[in-house]
Design a protein around this ligand. Structure first.
Ligand code: PMP
Length: 362
């Protein structure tokens, strides 16, 4: 991003304004003619796309008088990133925070939350969303019992999709429209396709409203849902592996959140852990981007769609702009076996053999 020389008031002013980066090397490897562009959200102050909704939910609740300094305790069920965004906002603003977090979510997220001053309560991953043991059930119980307890509720809060409709989406549109088309770098001047994973669905819903609704009605919006989740449409797509556990964090659910407008998505794709992690490796090795697992899901979905009959035309159109939303970074997953295996157990390279020879290491 061009450096903006100004002093910011707090970390909250460093939320969003993330870069849109060409994924040229992957595009070339995959034989694509279109521009493949990654919206890299880990550069946001708290490290993910969810900083944007945390900031907006807190600011609007303050304006509406729902958050009271010295009294309110912000409680939120989350897969971690919304919690980190809220804990960051509440550290700046001086509110107490309790985050309920399913057991499968990484230790790194818990550590970041605690470092920001949040209390963290772990809940069984397999608990159904509407059971009292789930992250949602435990948050509701805490809210009932703790004076000043308030759940901003990313699953129902309109400020979740609005944060993306008003910030993430316009940033993408502005970056694409501000970039001139040249013979070396042709551009259609518009966003032709957008691929994003769905958890609460706030990101993909808000992006669809900003891009299809206000910029290019013909933009194809593709949502990615992990195998084992039930968000995809048509329902038959969810049959393969329904209810099975998946390792990727932050996408997929066992209920349809209110903020997810499935009608505003054109195409749903189901992704498996293995293809997501393989795509993370590509983003690291070929693009130098230290992204998290759900970024791999979004990229693998994008590549699958671009190779399908439905996406082939866009894939082979010079200058078509295909944007992949990359929600968070590897900071959240450094100790996860899938990452350590990828990073440390890769086939030794010719250079590693040469180093071993030089240093006489067997
Ligand atoms: N990826 C990661 C890593 C996330 O934390 C989230 C948020 N749950 C998502 C993707 C999906 O975003 P959304 O909730 O807006 O659908």
């Amino acid at each position: 991003m061009p450096y903006a020389p100004q002093v910011l008031d707090s970390a909250l002013d460093a939320v969003g304004s993330t870069p849109l980066i060409r994924l040229d090397r992957i595009a070339q490897l995959e034989g694509l003619q279109c521009n493949l562009l990654g919206k890299v959200e880990y550069t946001s102050a708290g490290g993910s796309v969810k900083d944007r909704i945390a900031k907006r939910m807190v600011e609007v609740a303050e304006r509406e008088g729902k958050l009271i300094p010295g009294h309110s305790v912000v409680i939120e069920p989350t897969s971690g990133n919304t919690g980190i965004g809220l804990a960051m906002a509440c550290a700046v603003k001086g509110y107490s925070v309790i985050i309920t977090l399913p057991n499968k979510m990484s230790l790194e997220k818990e550590a970041a939350l605690r470092a920001l001053g949040a209390e963290v309560v772990r809940t069984p991953t397999e608990a159904a969303w509407d059971s009292p043991e789930s992250h949602i059930g435990v948050a509701l119980k805490l809210q009932r019992e703790i004076p000043g307890g308030i759940i901003l509720d990313q699953y129902r809060n309109v400020n979740n999709p609005l944060a993306h409709e008003y910030t993430t989406g316009p940033e993408i549109v502005e970056a694409v429209t501000a970039t001139p088309s040249t013979s070396a770098r042709p551009s259609s001047g518009k966003v032709d396709a957008l691929i994003a994973g769905a958890g609460t669905g706030g990101t993909v819903t808000g992006l669809s409203r900003a891009i299809k609704g206000k910029h290019n009605k013909d933009c194809v919006v593709v949502a990615v849902d992990p195998k084992g989740s039930i968000l995809a449409v048509p329902e038959e797509l969810n049959a393969d592996g329904e209810g099975s556990q998946y390792v990727v964090e932050g996408i997929g659910y066992d209920f349809i959140p209110d903020v997810l407008s499935r009608a505003e998505v054109d195409i749903w794709l189901k992704t498996a852990d293995a293809e997501s992690f393989e795509a993370v490796r590509k983003l690291m090795r070929h693009e130098g981007l230290l992204v998290g697992g759900s970024s791999g899901s979004a990229l693998s979905g994008a590549l699958r769609w671009l190779k399908s009959d439905a996406g082939k035309k866009v894939a082979q159109t010079k200058g078509a702009n295909v944007v992949v939303l990359l929600p968070d970074g590897i900071r959240n997953y450094m100790s996860k076996p899938w990452f350590l295996k990828m990073a440390l157990e890769a086939e030794p390279s010719p250079l590693a053999h040469h180093i071993a020879e030089v240093l006489k290491i067997s």
